[in-house]
Design a binder for this molecule. Structure first.
Ligand SMILES: CC(C)(COP(=O)(O)OP(=O)(O)OC[C@H]1O[C@@H](n2cnc3c(N)ncnc32)[C@H](O)[C@@H]1OP(=O)(O)O)[C@@H](O)C(=O)NCCC(=O)NCCS
Length: 146
């Protein structure tokens, strides 16, 4: 199989990521995943999000940003045909490297409680599951999928 390359996620590649999200079980596409919102995210967090490319096709993604104190990962996913080959690990390592370059050593992410594969991946990579915090969210919109 041809090698997989890691490249920066640019807005031009977003439609391919959306299509990968659409065919990945357990991933929800929200209004916040519009090209406009993602372009704003990438402008705020330049050079911190990555895709994996196989023969020019997007087969993985990891989006990363920070608020000046803590890092956050979103949309870490790999095409089913390319899993268990270290792609997610490589993408996340790039993100953590970029955070560390900016002095940020702690990173958070959300995993659906029902996502057993996701939980196994993060636990296997040394991420600590938090049982001491509960997430609260507030939606200032009538759209529950905002
Ligand atoms: C979770 C996901 C991103 C992992 O991608 P990946 O490229 O297969 O991960 P890696 O190959 O880097 O896995 C590294 C390690 O994570 C653990 N791991 C990964 N997938 C696992 C699984 N299905 N079951 C158990 N452990 C798993 C293993 O320790 C693995 O190392 P090993 O293959 O040497 O045993 C991928 O399965 C995926 O896209 N799932 C659907 C979307 C999703 O749930 N994303 C996470 C949202 S928080």
């Amino acid at each position: 199989m041809a090698p997989v390359q890691i490249a920066e996620l640019t807005i031009e590649r977003w439609p391919d990521v959306l299509s990968l999200m659409g065919r990945t079980h357990g991933i929800c596409v929200r209004e916040a995943d519009s090209a406009e919102r993602v372009a704003a995210y990438l402008r705020r967090n330049p050079g911190m999000s990555f895709v994996a490319l196989h023969e020019g096709r997007v087969v993985g993604c990891a989006m990363c940003g920070h608020d000046g104190r803590r890092g956050y990962l979103n949309h870490v996913l790999v095409d089913a045909a390319h899993r268990r080959a270290g792609i997610a690990t490589a993408l996340v390592t790039r993100c953590l490297d970029r955070l560390e370059e900016q002095g940020i050593l702690k990173c958070h992410l959300d995993v659906l409680a029902t996502n057993e594969v996701g939980k196994a991946f993060w636990a296997g990579r040394g991420w600590k599951r938090r049982d001491d915090v509960q997430k609260f969210s507030f939606i200032r919109s009538d759209n529950p999928n905002a």
